[in-house]
Ligand binder design. Structure first.
Ligand code: HEM
Length: 485
């Protein structure tokens, strides 16, 4: 675990809800009071910004997640409608097509005893990568898949040189790794440009649907060109390309981590698995889930919230003071990093009770606001103006996947699974954060991915210390006669 994170963690235990450390030469305050965290995230006076890493932004995605000020407002305004419920409903067939592929693959893999050992995390990464490909690129989703592979490779390479990235100019040196990263960016941009050009042509000829994410972004581009030719009103093609890349980074890894933990926890808590399945079969039987039914799922929603509380895919958020600013009675100068460790807020015994570390979906029975002593202490998707734009997308996708899996399979935990969760830089996708937190809910292990050499990066929860992912047994009720539905 990087030293500063260990230090933050220890200092926090010793000194309470705000503690001070250094991030290299930059002062850092870690705030665990949810009300103060929400003050920071709501950014009422515009005094906070996201910490900046221009070289990384250029190599990965210069998009909504990095923009500030008017540019952010413009991009958020254009992207928001793509995630409205009406649009999400149109994306449901893409969600279910991807889940159907997964379920069929598992079915075909069943052995003579009617069961199949599943390495859950990679399976969920493929699923959520496919969902992004299909919802972003519609019928061109197979070409989209290649982008997803390239983005994953790019992340792996970045993690390799993470320790050196703080050396000024390091990323401009012609090292093998750096050259490869520039090549990968070029290849990604060129595939995306090809997809965009093809789609623009089809849209001009009135051939093509505008209901996938790419279609919606291009519509904004076309409107701007047709109406007044001013770049203020729509996205340029380059901006569309950058936003498409962001969907992979922001939407793939996070949702796969949510689904992986959900499957793991349902395997560990068969009583909740049975309750979820009962609800699902009651609403849909063996039919394909539709939107109205998905929005009525109560038990499944409670389970997903509890998983997001215990293992939030984004474990910490960071901001930087842009001007002098007071937080909780302390005045900070410009340039201080403010870290908001959501993971710790979600496990605070004073807020969630003495069972805070346990899986108890019942705490969400009366909704988020009644789940703890502080209604604002549940922040898996962030808060304020920069709250996750894809939260409804992610929850709908997760519900669809769970429904279709539990309709067909009973999940059991493999005896070889070791429960030793720790946060780690995400090797197969990215949520880039400047600093992070390593902490273990079971108190047995904390550390970061030795394969990547640790360092700063995107962090997500990893579920087993030894295996690359946890394994679960899936057995088809149809063939094994077990209680699957
Ligand atoms: C379980 C799944 C997800 C989780 C836990 C999650 C979490 C988050 C969090 C915590 C933030 C705010 C970060 C901050 O304030 O620094 C965020 C922002 C964002 N998320 Fe998600 N996310 C998820 C899924 C998705 C999906 C599926 C998409 C898109 C397809 C997406 C797109 C974005 C974007 C574009 C932003 C930046 C918003 C802005 O800066 O205005 N996310 N996400």
């Amino acid at each position: 675990m990087p030293y500063e994170m260990m230090l933050s963690s220890l200092v926090w235990m010793e000194h309470g809800s705000a503690c001070f450390t250094w991030f290299g030469p930059t002062p850092k305050v870690t705030i665990t009071d949810p009300d103060l965290a929400k003050d920071v995230l709501s950014n009422k006076f515009g005094h906070f910004e996201k910490p900046k890493f221009p070289t990384l932004t250029k190599l990965f995605s210069d998009s909504l997640a990095n923009h500030e000020g008017e540019k952010w407002v413009k991009h958020r305004r254009i992207l928001n409608p793509a995630f409205h419920l009406e649009k999400l409903k149109l994306m449901l067939p893409a969600f279910s097509a991807c889940c159907e592929e997964l379920v069929s693959k598992w079915m075909e893999s069943l052995g003579s005893d009617g069961s199949y050992e599943v390495d859950v995390w990679p399976e969920m990464q493929i699923l959520t990568g496919d969902v992004i490909s299909r919802t972003a690129f519609g019928s061109s989703y197979l070409e989209g898949r290649r982008i997803f592979q390239l983005q994953a490779e790019q992340t792996e390479r970045l993690l390799k040189c993470m320790q050196k990235i703080v050396i000024p100019g390091y990323m401009s040196l012609p090292t093998k790794n750096n050259r490869k990263m520039h090549q990968t960016k070029k290849e990604t941009d060129s595939i995306l440009r090809g997809l965009v050009d093809k789609r623009m042509q089809a849209m001009k000829e009135g051939e093509c649907t505008k209901d996938d994410l790419l279609g919606l972004l291009l519509e904004s581009n076309m409107r701007h060109t047709e109406e007044d030719g001013q770049s203020n009103h729509g996205l340029t093609i380059e901006e569309v390309i950058e936003e498409c890349k962001l969907f992979y980074f922001a939407g793939m890894e996070t949702t796969s981590v949510l689904l992986t933990w959900t499957i793991l926890l349902l395997s560990m808590h068969p009583e909740w698995q049975d309750r979820a399945r009962e609800e699902i079969l009651g609403l849909f039987g063996k039919n394909k889930p539709e939107y109205e039914g998905l929005s009525r799922l109560k038990i499944v929603t409670m389970i997903l919230y509890e998983v997001l509380r215990l293992y939030p895919p984004a474990v910490t958020f960071t901001r930087k003071t842009y001007k002098q600013m007071e937080i909780g009675g302390v005045t900070y100068p410009a340039g201080v990093i403010v870290e908001l460790p959501v993971l710790l807020i979600h496990h605070d015994l004073n807020i969630w009770g003495s069972d805070a570390h346990e899986f108890k979906p019942d705490r969400f029975a009366e909704g988020i606001s009644k789940a703890s002593k502080n209604p604002g202490a549940f922040l898996p998707f962030g808060w304020g103006p920069r709250i996750c734009i894809g939260q409804n997308f992610a929850l709908l996708e997760a519900k669809m996947a769970l429904c279709m899996i539990l309709q067909c399979f009973k999940l059991e935990l493999m005896p070889s699974y070791t429960h030793a969760p720790y946060s780690m830089p995400s090797c197969h996708g990215a949520r880039w954060r400047t600093v992070s937190w390593a902490w273990c809910s079971c108190g047995r292990a904390a550390g970061c991915c030795t394969g990547c050499g640790g360092g700063r990066g995107g962090w997500s929860w990893r579920c087993a210390r030894r295996a690359s992912a946890a394994r679960a047994t899936a057995s088809s009720p149809a063939t094994s006669g077990s209680t699957g539905g």
